[in-house]
Design a protein around this ligand. Structure first.
Ligand code: SF4
Ligand code: SF4
Length: 179
């Protein structure tokens, strides 16, 4: 069993390295060091948990550095657009943490506008308004996750919103096919 795991880990490492080179990404060595750290974790639950946190940090940085949602006084880019175009809504604040369908904030939203759970699906999500601007995040296009998750795991993560890390991790483990 251990032998198969080691072979599969080597494949993950090599494929990630090739992917990074093909994409001509910056800091390839630094990125591969991170992959090594993930692969060093042989306990599968620990591995997924670590990977999950890395992905959350990666996405938090992306959104912060590029100011993707561009929040200003609680109003994001998309909702500012709705406001500017006089599209009547019950509120414009809190971005997609406020649901127009449920007419309420997500239960995990703190009073200061931060989130009290780490939901990877929410972090990957971009609305149509952002998608039209070219912002789209898919696990199969991120070097950290490309070769670690199968189709069912990716699908589950990308379509699971407003759920805490523990819930998402359980779903990831349930859909695991590799040893
Ligand atoms: S994803 Fe779109 S709707 Fe959600 S917070 Fe960002 S800009 Fe606003
Ligand atoms: S779980 Fe998602 S929708 Fe809820 S507060 Fe956190 S980021 Fe917002």
């Amino acid at each position: 069993m251990k032998k198969i795991r080691d072979i599969k880990d080597k494949i993950i490492y090599n494929k990630t390295e090739n992917y990074l080179k093909k994409k001509n990404e910056k800091d390839i060595n630094k990125k591969l060091k991170l992959i090594e750290k993930v692969l060093k974790k042989k306990d599968i639950k620990e591995r997924y948990s670590y990977l999950y946190d890395l992905l959350c940090n990666y996405l938090d940085n992306e959104f912060k550095e590029q100011n993707i949602c561009n929040f200003n006084c609680g109003i994001c880019k998309k909702r500012q657009y709705l406001k500017d175009n006089n599209i009547k809504k019950d509120t414009y604040i809190n971005g997609c943490c406020y649901s127009y369908l449920d007419k309420k904030n997500c239960n995990h939203l703190n009073k200061d506008g931060t989130c009290n759970v780490k939901c990877l699906g929410c972090k990957l999500f971009t609305c149509n308004y952002l998608k039209k601007q070219g912002y789209k995040y898919k696990l199969k296009n991120i070097y950290l996750s490309k070769y670690f998750f199968n189709f069912w795991q990716r699908n589950f993560i990308e379509y699971t919103f407003r759920k805490p890390k523990e819930y998402v991790l359980k779903g990831i483990l349930k859909r695991r096919t590799i040893i």
